[in-house]
Design a protein around this ligand. Structure first.
Ligand SMILES: CC(C)(COP(=O)(O)OP(=O)(O)OC[C@H]1O[C@@H](n2cnc3c(N)ncnc32)[C@H](O)[C@@H]1OP(=O)(O)O)[C@@H](O)C(=O)NCCC(=O)NCCS
Length: 317
């Protein structure tokens, strides 16, 4: 199926791509180029042709009933002529033909064409971008020093009251019951669970928050060699993959104190110039991160999310 747009010259045609579409490999993210060698489900691609020349590509994937647009690009000389918008619309049609009831896309604040992408999606009727996730990457030593000066953290370091910040240990029966109760709290999401990760828990810097030995929260890290920052990839690094604190203790600064303990232990175990990073999608934590962590981090990245159609309640990822 293809449709032709009435441009002066040459006309631009949109075509659903199948099989070998490697002619379009120079368009879009290089890491997705291999997908174009043999396009098949769950991938959905639409190409824009100007005569015999590929000039644009929309590439994405079906994930359940959701069509996820992963890459959209128009060759620079052909921008601002409606091709990007036409690609999005043709890609939508293809995704709906595959059963998509909703369409989503995500992108980083570091994307140079972010304004163009947001405008293109808006013009195709997608939602305004909303902040979905923030990631923070930093050197442990300087962050430990800076965070210890924050008044709420300084207070709870001076006087932790009945709270303890201990190395994480394999949950016993009481911990398992506590975990189940915490997991039933309203804003808990499964990704916050201590076991939710791809690598083993790093015991040197994973923390349990307890009161009278009862488990109330945690900060869990794992070793990683995938440091998302050029110039720092040879450092030891910990990805703090999950963290949670009982809802009744939110807004007390206790979770930040728990992170401080984890980072302090990391600095001790792996050195102050070792790298730590974490992600958050909790709105208040994102606001705190932008306000307080951004000035002391090496980098803070924001991920935006836009959609069209009805999203299931279960989330935006
Ligand atoms: C994003 C991109 C695909 C847009 O393609 P395009 O063909 O220029 O887009 P269109 O001409 O269809 O423009 C669609 C709308 O966006 C607006 N727009 C496009 N580029 C814009 C820009 N740089 N700034 C502001 N608005 C812009 C257009 O004015 C138009 O709005 P309108 O419908 O209200 O008139 C293109 O800029 C691109 O390839 N960028 C680089 C690749 C990239 O980073 N892609 C995103 C991640 S994969």
């Amino acid at each position: 199926m293809s449709s032709v747009m009435p441009f002066a010259a040459p006309p631009v045609a949109f075509e659903r791509l199948h099989g070998n579409a490697s002619l379009f490999a120079a368009l879009g993210f290089p890491r997705l180029a291999p997908v174009l060698n043999d396009l098949a489900a769950p991938w959905i691609a639409v190409g824009a042709w100007s005569g015999e020349t590929p000039v644009g590509l929309a590439l994405g994937q079906m994930q359940g009933e959701r069509g996820c647009l992963l890459s959209l690009s128009v060759t620079p000389a052909m921008r601002r002529r409606g091709i990007g918008c036409g690609l999005v619309r043709a890609w939508e049609e293809a995704a709906r033909a595959e059963g998509a009831s909703s369409l989503t896309t995500g992108y980083s604040n570091r994307l140079p064409a972010r304004a163009a992408l947001a405008a293109t999606l808006a013009s195709a009727g997608w939602s305004a971008p909303r902040l979905e996730q923030i990631s923070v990457i930093g050197e442990t030593g300087p962050m430990v020093e800076a965070v210890a000066q924050w008044s709420s953290v300084a207070r709870s370091l001076r006087d932790p009251g009945s709270f303890t910040f201990e190395p994480w240990r394999t949950p016993d029966a009481a911990d398992i019951a506590a975990l189940a109760a915490l997991a039933a709290e309203p804003d808990y999401i499964p990704q916050m669970h201590p076991d939710e990760g791809s690598a083993p828990i790093e015991e040197a810097c994973s923390i349990a928050v307890r009161r009278d030995d009862q488990l109330l929260g945690w900060v869990i890290g794992e070793r990683t060699d995938r440091i998302p920052l050029d110039g720092y990839r040879d450092r030891p690094a910990i990805h703090y993959r999950s963290a949670y604190l009982a809802r009744s203790l939110w807004h007390t600064g206790l979770l930040v104190t728990a992170y401080w303990h984890a980072y302090a232990r990391q600095a001790e175990a792996f050195g102050p110039d070792s790298i730590a990073f974490f992600f958050t999608c909790v709105p208040r934590m994102m606001a705190l991160t932008q306000r307080r962590f951004a000035p002391i981090a090496l980098r803070v990245d924001e991920s935006f999310f836009s959609f069209k159609g009805v999203l299931p309640d279960s989330g935006r990822n």
